[in-house]
Write a protein that binds this ligand. Structure first.
Ligand code: FE
Ligand code: CA
Length: 516
């Protein structure tokens, strides 16, 4: 077992339910006169809870959205509302360090994004909001370590793909118990699919979302999942989106079905989807969308231990190809020129021991044609061979590159090879495809292995594959990464039992990954 690699880790763990329930009795901090002057708001403005994200050594983003009627546009009056915020060094707010007043504006769905600065590196903080005399749940967050810190331990949880209709988000209950320093979410936070009665839960609304209000309602529904809400309230998240936050398999401004969605209609849909995404995520003002564009690729430092490059593999990509030969076209791009240069500079200029790349979609090869010849999925990096292969070549010069991805709704843990066409080529890194929180629901494991095990001979770089729902947990220090595939027995019920399906290790200085 590998869960105890960091015995000195501080444990501030508080059960999510207790945190959510503690708000009512907490002391207020506005002067009496100012409170009396407030206009009352509808009850339950904090129905969507609180969140934090994009931690820096001295700052973290604090989030909430006032929504007393979350599934019907929010239910707030059509005016800006002042929201007090406070961040403290202790859970009881006896040692407050920053306070302020933010405006929850109707233009942003009455969301609030506070970039709380002046904090100390590498420690826990607690925060809360107050509006209209109502107090939010208390959230807990954590800053990144001092930029020059060399040692230490970092615990990252990797999550993706939470389809409301496929199940409850039970893996987050276990994730909360594991107390990660940061949650990395690599896409499919919501699904745009039409409500269906065939699964354990049903989407709100009457069809796919297209307008801003429709996307807001979809995000709001997802945030009412109790395990998701508690995880947001207990650790900072670093997020990026994939396709289902907008439209299945879209590429840049090209929809899945260009014959049905005209260019102007799809640009309007992108604009609505990105705005709702910004409104519901704990990200900085740099991520405020500009119409049908949003800047999501960015990076985070965990001292000298780890640099985390967060990619955007959706907005700048060429349209998907439809054949093996076409996938080799060197003109195809996944990242676009600017992001590609940014990533290469970031990898080569990194002072960090570990260089992590958060990619929405899988980088290692998936050959689904048994025996002679190959057949790839063209939406993943396999469909953009030339650019992928260039990165794999560059990885030889990068210190300890590890790719963390999603999309597949499976656990696939691979050695990254310099050239997947050459079985003898060298291993240059490791990749973890972190299954899904709920998407695809409870899978028949025997059927999965009957289908996929015969493909192992075609994909000798795979080190572990699995079809349980869950997430991956990484304990990182300067010597290595201990990874656990944490799985649940069900997402068809609100509560589940979690376990470690596999433990793996990446050794610093030795590319690739091994079963522990
Ligand atoms: Fe997905
Ligand atoms: Ca083959």
């Amino acid at each position: 077992m590998t869960g105890s690699t960091a015995p000195d880790r501080r444990r501030f763990l508080t059960a999510g339910a207790a945190v959510l329930g503690a708000a009512a009795s907490a002391q207020l901090w506005l002067p009496q006169a100012a409170r009396a002057a407030e206009t009352p708001l509808p009850d339950g403005v904090f129905s969507l809870g609180v969140a934090s994200g994009d931690p820096l050594p001295e700052a973290v983003v604090l989030w909430t959205r006032l929504a007393p009627d979350p599934l019907n546009g929010g239910g707030m009056p059509d005016r800006a509302v002042p929201v007090e915020w406070e961040i403290a060094e202790d859970e009881r707010f006896g040692k407050p360090v920053r306070r302020g007043v933010a405006q929850a504006r109707p233009e942003y769905g009455h969301s609030v994004h506070v970039d709380a600065r002046g904090l100390r590196p590498g420690r826990a903080y607690w925060y809360r909001f107050r509006a209209g005399g109502q107090l939010s749940p208390t959230g807990r967050t954590r800053t990144a370590p001092h930029p020059h810190s060399k040692g230490g331990a970092l615990r990252i949880a990797l999550a993706s793909c939470q389809n409301w209709q496929h199940g409850w988000f039970t893996p987050y209950a276990d994730m909360l118990a594991q107390d990660p320093d940061v949650v990395l979410f690599v896409g499919d936070y919501v699904y745009e699919s039409t409500p269906s009665s065939s699964g354990p839960r049903r989407h709100e609304g009457t069809g796919e979302p297209y307008t801003l209000v429709q996307y807001r309602n979809r995000y709001a529904q997802y945030r009412t999942d109790p395990d998701l809400a508690a995880m947001h309230a207990n650790a900072p998240w670093v997020v990026t989106f994939d396709d289902h936050e907008v439209d299945n398999d879209f590429a840049g401004e090209i929809p899945q079905d260009p014959d049905k969605q005209t260019p102007d209609a799809f640009r309007a849909r992108l604009t609505a989807a990105y705005q709702a995404y910004y409104e519901h995520m704990p990200v900085r003002a740099a991520q405020i969308p500009d119409g049908p564009h949003i800047r999501m690729y960015r990076r985070f430092e965990y001292g000298r231990l780890a640099r985390l490059n967060v990619l955007d593999t959706r907005q700048y990509r060429s349209d998907q190809v439809t054949g093996q030969e076409a996938a080799k076209d060197p003109a195809l791009t996944m990242l676009g020129a600017a992001q590609r240069k940014w990533l290469l500079d970031s990898l080569h200029g990194s002072p960090a021991r570990w260089n992590l790349v958060a990619s929405q979609i899988m980088m290692a090869e998936t050959d689904i044609l048994p025996g002679e010849g190959k057949q790839w999925y063209y939406d993943a990096w396999d469909g953009y061979q030339a650019e992928r292969n260039r990165f794999l070549t560059e990885f030889r010069q990068v210190r300890n590159p590890v790719v963390l991805s999603g999309d597949r709704h499976l656990t696939m843990i691979s050695d990254l090879k310099e050239d997947f066409a050459d079985p003898a080529s060298r291993v240059v890194g490791a990749e973890f495809v972190g299954t899904s929180i709920s998407s695809n629901g409870d899978q028949d494991q025997a059927a999965f292995h009957a289908q996929w095990d015969p493909l192992k001979a075609d994909n000798p770089h795979w080190r572990f594959i699995d079809a349980h729902r869950g997430y991956h947990l990484f304990d990182i220090d300067r010597h290595g990464i201990d990874a656990q595939v944490r799985v649940v027995d069900t997402v068809r019920a609100p509560a589940a039992t979690a376990s470690t399906q596999a433990a793996l290790r990446v050794e610093a200085g030795r590319p690739g990954v091994e079963l522990a």
